[in-house]
Design a binder for this molecule. Sequence first.
Ligand code: ADP
Ligand code: MG
Length: 384
Amino acid sequence: MSAEVTGEAADRDVGQTFRDALGRDPGGVFSAPGRVNLIGEHTDHNEGHVLPFAIDRRCRVAAVARDDDTVTVRSAQQPDDVVTTTLDALPRARGWSAYALGTVWALREAGLPGAGWDLVVDGDVPLGAGLSSSAALESAVALAVAELSGSTLDRPSLARAGRCAENDVVGAPVGIMDQAASLLCREGAALLLDCRTLEAHDVALGLEEAGLVMLVVDTRVRHDLADGGYADRRAASLAAAEALGVPALRDATPEMLDRLDGTLLRRARHVVTEQARVHRVVDLLRGGRPAEIGPELTASHASLRDDFEVSVPALDAVVETALEHGALGARLVGGGFGGSTLVLTPAAAADDIAGAVTRRAAVDGHPEPVVREVHPSGGARRER
Ligand code: ADP
Ligand code: MG
């Protein structure tokens, strides 16, 4: 596995950092994980299904309620930016603190009473690598603030608060998958999430028993196209649904695709076939056949590349190289136009694949990728 430096966040004690910074004890320490989506790409904005799992990298938050209306927030990942504000100013938060302060604001909007907070953050979810450090931060803050307030808000409500922070305070038009995964996933399992109803079911992955591991390969390529491309694919999906007379592409059947052609056909075909792949993967996992999901992952990539047209050469190169070196399946994850790929492989082939994708990137003139092994972990929890 290529070396990776993430700091010693996993070994640091955020409770001690809190005491050092604030001179008193936190009321509690909470943590929430990052996530990766096994399959179901661009299905979320079509009201379909996604299948994320939480990973073994977490954001930790030590918190205590105050008796005035001040809110302070610090992060070991942003050591030069201690933020002090008031409850009234929360919706105007900017920069990294908007994720945390926006969550406090959204919980208050959801009816949580109480005064200000002192929050100290530390984590080892890499920032901006497609593993959703943002949802990990929001979810850890949401659980901390809710539990320490004695709130009865359930976890889906906490997930909605995190999403609300990201949509309305940070200003990022994200769906609810990341927060739902961070708050609802169980160790060793993925979460089958219906993005229309938010109905969620655990699906055991059974990777370890089968001698399999997942790698996330961050290509460190990000195209300027990403935001415009994402908006364009959303618009195309809506147009295709309208042309077919269905509320969302989630409701379209394979037979209906005959009524489309050209670009709309290809965009809709990705969503319709991806929905079917999600359900086949769930069936295979429930049948205890995790190795057999590999071809579905690879088919997802081909569909994202050829029909949805959101891949780039650096992502295709990782998928191709991983498969050549023993991977069972691989696909780009996230919106596309750069970012990461997910690779399913027998544990024995992981090092070989990491070396091969790194060499291939050098040959192709792409940035050196970062390869991380991820393990399906439990959702947000109180640590103490
Ligand atoms: P991703 O969620 O894929 O990691 P985003 O761009 O959505 O990428 O979110 C990353 C941003 O979230 C960071 O740039 C930072 O502003 C904020 N963030 C996430 N985790 C932390 C943390 N532990 N401390 C401070 N800011 C964080
Ligand atoms: Mg994010």
